[in-house]
Design a protein around this ligand. Structure first.
Ligand code: PLP
Length: 373
């Protein structure tokens, strides 16, 4: 079998410089190493203390005293696990739709028979508290809200704290897709009274793909205990019991858990406030760099994301051709837009194991590609 290896001749292009899509992102060096550690019996005495510590670190990073659970799976597992545990067919939910991932959240809700009410904005915009309040009022008796914290398809961050406060005042459960926001921007699970906050470790958590993390409130646990939806692998009670005993309900993805543990150490050493501030700085620096080149950022400035930037392709060429040129000129990989913006918009991730030099290399790659046109 041949495993693909990126051949990079230019010594300036370490992995950290060329992989600039919004996930998977560059894996932290300590997480790379941790994956090679020995495996132990997954319910043995060596793993229990390790897992209890891992859970404690995950709680700290989520700013919660409640449980943070971890399943083998990608971020999408968080939609399904949240819905099947917290909601029952026919429940009314209000869903923020700011791009492709909000759309997917609504779709998953429909798949499981929920009564989905959409609060939708043009791509590049955020859902404002005013709009959200109006939608909640119109919908009436709402069981839950689904909020995409950071819309990866557009590079827009919704004002989660304010939206959550409105939902809480109505007594609705709050389910948050934090796939591209967790570990990159302020996310206060307890203070903002969020009930189900899920993410995938291949984004700002600096790990390879394969784990879904979910922070769960006591309200969510109670809702799960009384709900009628069928589930097995994602059953909250089973996972919560196992986690309390220092394990996972099924065989834990040990090597990925080692990687996550190492990444959490790195993050907590830096400090979550410092991690979030670094991302905010990098986001601003990247948008400023694009604007200086005359490139138009998609997101409305007040809601521009700290973890991903979507921008219109310069010179009216197709996004695919533009990316091809960047790859040829500089070896840097960026992503296309999604859905209706697949051919006109490009996206760059600046989350996780990234700092100023990598972003400057990306800006330089974009500049060269524009000049080569
Ligand atoms: N939600 C958001 C905001 C995302 O960005 C993604 C993936 O990019 C997902 C959900 C789905 O995650 P995954 O592809 O890991 O299943």
């Amino acid at each position: 079998m041949t495993i693909p290896v990126r051949q990079i001749d230019d010594p300036r292009l370490s992995q950290g410089r060329w992989l600039r899509i919004p996930g998977p992102t560059v894996v932290h060096p300590a997480a790379v190493k941790a994956q090679t550690y020995d495996l132990f019996p997954h319910r043995g005495k060596q793993i229990t203390p390790f897992m209890l510590e891992l859970y404690a670190k995950a709680r700290e990073a989520h700013r919660t005293e409640g449980q943070v659970l971890v399943w083998a799976g990608s971020g999408s597992a968080g939609w399904e696990a949240g819905i099947t545990n917290l909601l029952s067919p026919g429940d009314k939910v209000v869903v923020t739709i700011t791009g492709a991932f909000g759309e997917r959240f609504a779709q998953v809700g429909k798949t499981f028979g929920l009564d989905v009410h959409r609060v939708e904005v043009e791509w590049g915009q955020a859902v404002t508290p005013e709009m959200f309040a109006e939608s909640l009022d119109e919908a009436g008796d709402v069981r839950a809200v689904f909020i995409t914290h950071n819309e990866t398809s557009t590079g827009v961050t919704n004002p989660l704290r304010e939206l959550a406060a409105l939902a809480r005042a109505k007594g609705a459960l709050i389910l948050v897709d934090a796939v591209s926001s967790a570990a990159a921007m302020p996310l206060e699970v307890d203070e903002w009274e969020l009930d189900w906050v899920f993410s995938g470790v291949q984004k700002a958590w600096m790990c390879p793909p394969g784990l879904m993390l979910a922070a769960v409130s006591e309200r969510a646990m109670r809702a799960s205990a009384s709900n009628r939806m069928k589930r097995f692998y994602f059953d909250l009670a089973a996972m919560s019991d196992a986690a309390r005993r220092g394990g996972t309900a099924t065989t834990g993805a040990l090597s990925l858990l080692y990687a996550l543990d190492a990444a959490l150490d790195a993050m907590l050493d830096e400090g979550m406030d410092a991690v979030w501030a670094r991302h905010a700085r990098l986001g601003q620096c990247f948008r400023d760099g694009l604007t200086e080149m005359g490139v138009r950022v998609l997101a409305e400035p007040a809601f521009a994301s700290s973890s991903v930037t979507a921008f219109h392709t310069p010179g009216g060429q197709s996004a695919e051709a533009f990316q091809e040129r960047i790859d040829t000129c500089s070896g840097v990989a960026i992503a296309t837009g999604q859905g209706p913006m697949a051919t006109t918009v490009n996206r760059v991730g600046h989350m996780g194991w990234v700092n100023q030099p990598e972003l400057e290399a990306t800006l330089e790659a974009i500049r060269e590609a524009i000049q080569a046109e």
